[in-house]
Ligand binder design. Structure first.
Ligand SMILES: NC(=O)c1ccc[n+]([C@@H]2O[C@H](COP(=O)([O-])OP(=O)(O)OC[C@H]3O[C@@H](n4cnc5c(N)ncnc54)[C@H](O)[C@@H]3O)[C@@H](O)[C@H]2O)c1
Length: 281
């Protein structure tokens, strides 16, 4: 099957980036959201992405304009998915919201349309039945700042057809991604299976008073050649989000969450986005 028309459901942080990346590579895209406000915000996200891509010299003004012409926006679900060969779902990371969204799209999409979830933590097998087409359902997981961090993890569930995996993998290549096909379902895919333990270990090293953030980062960067250390990554993710995740972890992670709140968050140091976090920007 050849993909020509793509629908992106949920035009938030990732959905907007997926929509623009796909249009930039020549596909017709329809971005759908339940909220009009979200669609307005999506234009701002896309404008920001264009600015960043221009800085990275990833395209010309002509390319960006042409890509924008290829994206339509709607709050009418049937209009969004009727013609789609592929629907990429990027609605909030809540199983109840995703299950309901799949039941609704299943009712209006063509039976041959492939559905792909961008979920970070849910396994496709948990949603497959709601899609009404388990064999044509797969996870296609992108990373934030999609054009820069252009890895796309393709992960089926036991019932996904090999042809669908192949089609989606080709599509990922066609939109400028480096596709990585997982052989089995894995919570957190490859990327987060590697990243989360690293971040957890860094949090514990700091919490136990073993070394300062800068030295923990320096050790990792110099010792492995990685461009960023765990505390650089915490600042990019945003310290409020990191706090919320760590606050529900084990006692050492909760201790780290407390340190973050006292030393950074309460002082307004929230990460890169606020100009200061663990580091000053
Ligand atoms: N933010 C990231 O860095 C990142 C990275 C990889 C994967 N993801 C995954 O992408 C998905 C979306 O994350 P996000 O950060 O873009 O979230 P977000 O909150 O920025 O966007 C979600 C959008 O979905 C809309 N929405 C809610 N219910 C909907 C429905 N039923 N149908 C259509 N739209 C609906 C919301 O109005 C919102 O605009 C999640 O599954 C998340 O795990 C996020």
């Amino acid at each position: 099957m050849t993909i020509k028309t793509v629908s992106v459901l949920g035009a938030g942080v990732l959905g907007s980036q997926i929509a623009f990346q796909t249009a930039f590579h020549g596909f017709d895209v329809i971005a759908y959201d339940v909220s009009r406000e979200a669609l307005t915000k999506s234009h701002t996200t896309i404008a920001w992405m264009i600015e960043q891509m221009a800085k990275d010299q990833t395209g010309t003004e002509y390319d960006f304009d042409a890509a924008q012409q290829r994206i339509g926006f709607t709050t009418v679900l049937a209009d969004a998915v009727r013609k789609a060969d592929l629907v990429i779902e990027a609605v909030p990371e809540r199983i109840d919201i995703k299950r309901e969204a799949y039941r609704k799209i299943a009712a209006v999409a063509r039976p041959e349309t492939i559905f792909a979830t961008n979920s970070s933590t849910l396994l496709p097998s948990a949603l497959a039945e709601d899609t009404g087409r388990p064999d044509r359902f797969v996870a296609l997981h992108f990373a934030n700042e999609i054009w820069r961090h252009n890895v796309a993890e393709v992960m089926g569930h036991p019932g996904t057809s090999p042809e669908v995996i192949a089609t989606v993998t080709q599509f990922a290549t066609d939109i400028g991604m480096v596709p990585v096909v997982l052989h089995k379902e894995q919570p957190g895919y490859v990327l987060n299976s590697l990243l989360i333990p690293l971040l957890g270990a860094a949090a514990k090293l700091l919490g136990k008073g073993i070394a300062a953030p800068r030295d923990i980062d320096r050790t990792w960067k110099i010792g492995t050649g990685a461009p960023k250390g765990p505390f650089d990554i915490f600042d990019i993710v945003g310290l409020n989000t990191v706090h919320n995740i760590m606050a529900s972890g084990d006692p050492e992670e909760r201790h780290f969450a407390e340190l973050l709140r006292e030393n950074y968050i309460d002082k307004g140091f929230l990460g890169v986005a606020s100009g200061r976090g663990i580091y000053q920007y």
